[in-house]
Ligand binder design. Structure first.
Ligand SMILES: [Zn+2]
Length: 336
C-alpha cells in the first residue's frame, strides 16, 4: 500500500471520528454488534465456500422464495416442502418441518427453547461461536456450519430436482463431513503443519475387474461399524453394505468389513476383485470417502449386515464425482 500512515476510527466504516458514533458505541450500539457478527463468521474453522455461504445467510441474502419476492420476482412465497406461508432464511435453515426433525436429533433438550426462538443473526452467530461438545458431536460450531450448508443444498435439490431429504441420511452426511473437518482442524492445532490442497481420485479397475472399497468407524460410545461398496470398471454401483458390529476395535471392524465385502463380491459372481481400504495397514492412499460414508451410515442400523442393492441417497453425490470425472478434494499435511 502506498501513502502515509493515518489514524482510522474503528467504529466508523469511513474511518472518521464523530461524536454521534462514539455515543452509539459507548451505549451498546448496533455497529459494534454488527462488527462482532461478521467476525464470528469469518473466524469459523471450516471450508471457505461454507464460510461465504454463512456470510450470505447472515446478510439474509439466500435466494429463498421470500427474498425472490422482495426482488420483485413474481413468485409465491410459500414453502414447497411444508406449505408454510413464507419461506425465508430462518424457515429454510431451521423452522421448516422437513428440517426441524434433523435439528431435534442433535440439539440438547435444555437448549431447544433458545435454539428455536432466536432471530437469524443471534441464531447463526451464537451457534457458529459455540465450540462446545454436544451429544456425540465433538465440535458444535463446525457441525452447525456444515449442517446449515447441507440443509440449503438439500432444499435446492428438492426445489429443482424433486429429491426429498431423509433426516437420518442428512444426519449421517453432516456428521461425516463435520467429523472430517474437525479432524483436519485438530490436526493443524496439534502439529502446526502446513496444509496443502491436493487432488486425489478414486480410480476404477480395468475391465472385467471390480473394486471393493471398505472402511470401519469407531464411535465415542464404543460402538464400531463397517461399510463398503463394490463398483465396476465404469464406476457403476454393483452393491453396498453396512455392518453394525457393536463393541470392537476399529482395526477389527475394518478387517470384518473387508471380509464381508469379499464374501458379498463372491456371491455376486465377481471373480476378479481389487480391495481398497484406508486402514493404516493399507499400502495405498485412495479416495475412500464413499466407503467412509457407508461405515458411518451403519451406525443407524440394528446389529448385523445390511445390503444395499442401490446406493443410499447420501452416497450418490460422492460416487457422481467419480462418474463425472471430477476428483475428490482431500487435504494432505506436510511438515513445515
Ligand atoms: Zn417448509
Amino acid at each position: 500500500m502506498h501513502g502515509l500512515d493515518t489514524y482510522f476510527w474503528a467504529h466508523s466504516r469511513a474511518g472518521m471520528f464523530t461524536a454521534e458514533l462514539t455515543y452509539l458505541m459507548l451505549s451498546g450500539s448496533i455497529l459494534v454488534v454488527e462488527d462482532y457478527r461478521w467476525r464470528s463468521i469469518w473466524r469459523w474453522k471450516g471450508l471457505q465456500s461454507v464460510r461465504i455461504f454463512l456470510w450470505q445467510a447472515l446478510h439474509d441474502r439466500l435466494k429463498t422464495k421470500s427474498e425472490l419476492a422482495r426482488c420483485h420476482i413474481p413468485i409465491l412465497e410459500a414453502c414447497d416442502r411444508c406449505g408454510a406461508l413464507i419461506e425465508d432464511t430462518l424457515h429454510v435453515l431451521r423452522d421448516c418441518v422437513a428440517v426441524k426433525t434433523f435439528w431435534l436429533k442433535v440439539v440438547p433438550l435444555e437448549k431447544r427453547q433458545s435454539f428455536f426462538s432466536s432471530n437469524l443473526s443471534t441464531w447463526l452467530c451464537g451457534n457458529v461461536d459455540d465450540v462446545s461438545r454436544s451429544h456425540n458431536i465433538s465440535n458444535w460450531s463446525i457441525f452447525f456450519g456444515i449442517g446449515v450448508w447441507r440443509i440449503w443444498f438439500w432444499r435446492n435439490q428438492f426445489v429443482f430436482n424433486q429429491n426429498s431429504m431423509d433426516p437420518m441420511a442428512l444426519l449421517v452426511d453432516v456428521s461425516f463431513r463435520a467429523e472430517e473437518m474437525s479432524k483436519i482442524h485438530s490436526h493443524c492445532l496439534v502439529t502446526g503443519r502446513l496444509k496443502i490442497d491436493k487432488w486425489i481420485r478414486w480410480h476404477p479397475p480395468e475391465w472385467p475387474s471390480c473394486t471393493l472399497n471398505t472402511d470401519g468407524a469407531h464411535k465415542a460410545n464404543g460402538v464400531s461399524t463397517a461399510g463398503g461398496l463394490i463398483r465396476n470398471f465404469s464406476g457403476r454401483w454393483i452393491t453396498g453394505f453396512g455392518l453394525m458390529l457393536g463393541s470392537c476395535s476399529v482395526t477389527m471392524a475394518e478387517l470384518r468389513g473387508t471380509y464381508k465385502g469379499i464374501i458379498l463380491a463372491w456371491n455376486f459372481g465377481i471373480r476378479r476383485l481389487h480391495v481398497e481400504t484406508d486402514s493404516l495397514c493399507a499400502t495405498q492412499i485412495e479416495a475412500n470417502s464413499a466407503a467412509d460414508f457407508m461405515a458411518n451410515l451403519a451406525c443407524s442400523l440394528p446389529r448385523g449386515l445390511m445390503v444395499y442393492p442401490s446406493p443410499p441417497l447420501g452416497v450418490i453425490s460422492l460416487i457422481l464425482y467419480t462418474l463425472s470425472g471430477l476428483r475428490l478434494l482431500a487435504r494432505l499435511f506436510f511438515s513445515s
